[in-house]
Write a protein that binds this ligand. Sequence first.
Ligand SMILES: [Zn+2]
Length: 225
Amino acid sequence: MTAQTTDGTIPPVTDVAGDLESAAGEPVAGEPLADAAPPAGRRCFGDGDPVYERYHDTEWGVRPEPTVDERELLERLALEGFQSGLAWIIVLRKREAFRAAFADFAPDVVAGFGPDDVERLLADPGIVRNRRKIEATIRNAQALVALHAEGGRLWDVLERYRPEPRATPPASYAEVPTDTPESIALAKELKRLGFTFVGPVTTYATMQAVGLVDDHLATCPVRAA
Ligand SMILES: [Zn+2]
């Protein structure tokens, strides 16, 4: 997920993946960034939508502990990739359908998906039907399986690019980047490892999602919890 406006929409992003097209006729969010600090007590995003609120409160910016599940990381990376150019809530509402379509993101299963699976996925109205994103997810599963075969872990790769924690929480989205030197370096490393559709905006969104960075705004109730 990329930076959100306080009403839960996202601005369009330009990633090196270059994917701004609308998949399956779904809308591309085009709201400008809200630069003003939101009122105290308001979530960074998601207020009023239970699915979105739960994601904001319990997943976004929360480091998975104590054992990071590589299957879950593949799911999170895939969802961030599918989100590119779309509002995050669209992907979030389709999450269960994505899990069903992608074998619960079991890396070894997805890595074995062939042309028939791609066609099945392109015909699945429950997910974002975008061939490039579907094929990227399969390729990323293959890259993850290869990484595991060498004794590596995706979490360890991500952690190597964890930046120093912020000195102060962001006051507004004007202070939340869409990419950083660390996310640019992470994108480069993931590409070297065979991952695709992982530009610096997608990798930064992933860093936010899995808690490598904490971009909850200063006014967010999560900060006070
Ligand atoms: Zn927040």
